[in-house]
Design a protein around this ligand. Sequence first.
Ligand code: AMP
Ligand code: MG
Length: 308
Amino acid sequence: MISAAQIGEAARVLRAGGLVVFPTETVYGLGANALDAAAVDRIYEVKGRPANSPLIVHVASVDMAGELVADWPDTAAALAREFWPGPLTLVLPKSAKVPDRVTAGLPTVAIRLPRHPVARRLIECAGLPIAAPSANPFARLSPTTAAHVREMLAGKADMILDAGPAEVGIESTVLSLAGGKAVLLRPGMVSQQEIERVTGPVTAGGEVVGGHPSPGMHERHYSPCTPLVVVAAGQAPPGRVAYLWWSRPADAARAVRMPVSAAAYGAEFYRVLHELDREGWDLIAVETLPEGPEWAGIADRLRRAAQR
Ligand code: AMP
Ligand code: MG
């Protein structure tokens, strides 16, 4: 449990230009005052994140989002009504208030209103928008528990708020509205189909927004250290192999049964990969996922995790 006093202290750290690791429903974030370019610089330094990889800014209200954008179109308002607070990030033309460092020089800014009560309370108490990527070193697995953060970023943040495991477990869906149409930049647990019910047709897999590439979509962004392959049901290779299955078991040195629902699978996925990384297997074999819109975000992370 996080106390009001801890949140108060974390808010002070943020206002003073410090870095706070905080829980969101997607993954743990490494946060800094989004309006303080020097504080934001420290995020890049601690993560070893390339300077061309823009950050998501977390807000506690639609009003706070409105101050960060040049314009708040009806589509954004409709999406916010439907999906905020929640794991959907919107990319829009930025206002002058947002430092270039946050957006890696792009004229657009990515914004999200998280659902996690600790994240929202922290942003409200700080009274500031919080720029926060996942709290992991660049190109490592995102953390879904505070223990993952302690392992990977030992001592590098000024404070860690530990509120237990993340509920969604994979990063937010990223949707650009910047070019006047909706472009899906990163699939997540808010599915394209759900978004299309609000916006009409969405262009999928857009890597370019309004003439600007969407950076940060590095292929190996989401990999465990252990090599990972996707295999057919029941087809775990022999050897020192850990096998993640959900429909058909196989003979494997280590078998991990994954949940059947996409929501529960997503919540477990990174935690299991962190654990298997620590155990030191030669290979992680993952049973191929079911089809369906609710699996698209997990399928995307799995494909990236399998890249070498
Ligand atoms: P992360 O915070 O590391 O989970 O990733 C941030 C994601 O948001 C990346 O996929 C970026 O490409 C995307 N993103 C952030 N800001 C922008 C922006 N201004 N334009 C397009 N994509 C962005
Ligand atoms: Mg990240």
